[in-house]
Design a protein around this ligand. Structure first.
Ligand code: ADP
Ligand code: ADP
Length: 229
């Protein structure tokens, strides 16, 4: 059973004079527990694809199904709830709220689910400990290092036990050693919780570690055979 499925996905941005489609008729299925890398040159449409898969943007044509639910058939509120429950997002920039502590930032998605504060705090604390931030619970993003902030962002993405994490260059802003550490942590959580991962990356050595490597080129998504990654 696919956790995310895209069928005949097309996207054309209305702005600009050319109206060239970023892609037109793209299919993708990500199974439970599967890890997928998406490679492609700058401007190929990787972020666009990820936004469509995550329901952050609407396709020009085609459908996205998340946990079996057709995104276009849901109200904005229902789509938001499904996104918060079934998906986690990690970006190149952490997007933590600066006024809140690490613990509060990670608690927020759980509270939005209607979980009570004590349970949300317990779950958030456990995840922050799992990513090695047990000693940084009360720190605000400005008091954390780049790697610590990114690990907090990963904890936030995982706190609702999503079926799938969508990452847009999640380690792109980190030095090599920290990037490797954050990446290993995501793989561990994939193994422990069977969370699917869809990661946009420029880093072929990281991509190679995932189950499937896809490359977006000229609007087409193609499987890259293992020795060629
Ligand atoms: P990538 O993530 O692979 O670098 P993007 O998905 O960001 O690629 O962009 C794909 C194409 O769509 C590019 O040509 C980009 O300029 C264009 N594009 C992206 N976002 C917008 C937008 N909001 N409005 C118009 N064009 C956009
Ligand atoms: P960019 O593609 O320019 O690097 P980001 O990846 O940071 O930008 O964010 C992409 C888009 O997703 C932005 O329009 C942002 O407002 C939106 N966004 C980021 N995080 C969330 C979220 N948790 N829920 C909904 N929308 C989000």
């Amino acid at each position: 059973e696919a956790v995310i499925r895209a069928e005949g996905l097309a996207k054309t941005y209305a702005e600009g004079t050319l109206h060239t489609p970023v892609f037109d008729g793209l299919d993708l299925a990500v199974n439970a527990g599967e890890t997928v890398a998406i490679l492609g040159a700058s401007g190929a449409g990787k972020s666009t694809l990820l936004h469509l898969l995550g329901g952050l943007d609407t396709p020009t044509a085609g459908e996205v199904f998340v946990a079996g639910q057709k995104m276009s058939a849901l109200s904005d509120a229902a789509r938001g709830r499904l996104r918060n429950r079934a998906l986690g997002f990690v970006y190149q920039f952490h997007h933590l709220l600066p006024e809140f502590t690490a613990l509060e930032n990670v608690m927020l998605p759980v509270l939005l689910n209607g979980t009570d504060v004590a349970d949300a705090a317990a779950r958030a604390r456990a995840l922050l400990e799992a990513v090695g931030l047990g000693h940084r619970l009360e720190h605000k993003p400005g008091e954390l290092s780049g790697g610590e902030r990114q690990r907090a962002a990963v904890a936030r993405a995982l706190v609702n036990k999503p079926a799938c994490v969508l990452g847009d260059e999640p380690t792109g802003n980190l030095d090599e050693k920290t990037a490797a550490r954050v990446f290993e942590m995501m793989l561990e959580l994939n193994r422990a919780e069977r969370t699917s991962l869809v990661l946009v990356t420029h880093d072929r050595s990281l991509a190679r570690r995932l189950d499937r490597v896809l490359e977006l080129h000229d609007g087409k998504l193609q499987e890259v055979a293992a020795p060629n990654v």
